[in-house]
Design a binder for this molecule. Structure first.
Ligand SMILES: [Zn+2]
Length: 89
């Protein structure tokens, strides 16, 4: 399913970000930290393997939010991860 928000989401956990993690061109990482999974854009999410490794660690650790106060009360990792672009799933 084409998703216009694809460049706005974290490749690891699917959280919609305020700014595109990899820039408008998809090649200029912001080096911000995802408030959900804690990945640094431009670092652990630079490759499909990197994303898979980081996500596995995050899920095995209980899929905790780095910034716990940002976590919606009815949040589900499974639902949010549907936002992840297909090439990173
Ligand atoms: Zn994330």
């Amino acid at each position: 399913m084409p998703n216009n928000n694809e460049k706005m989401v974290c490749r690891v956990c699917g959280l919609i970000q305020l700014d595109p993690p990899w820039g408008e061109d998809g090649k200029s990482p912001s080096y911000e930290i995802c408030s959900c999974c804690g990945v640094e854009f431009g670092y652990e999410d630079s490759s499909v393997n990197g994303v898979a490794t980081y996500r596995k660690k995050w899920l095995e650790g209980g899929a905790n939010w780095v910034d716990a106060k940002e976590r919606p009360s009815n949040w589900s990792a499974e639902v949010q991860m549907k936002n992840v672009p297909t090439e990173f799933m």
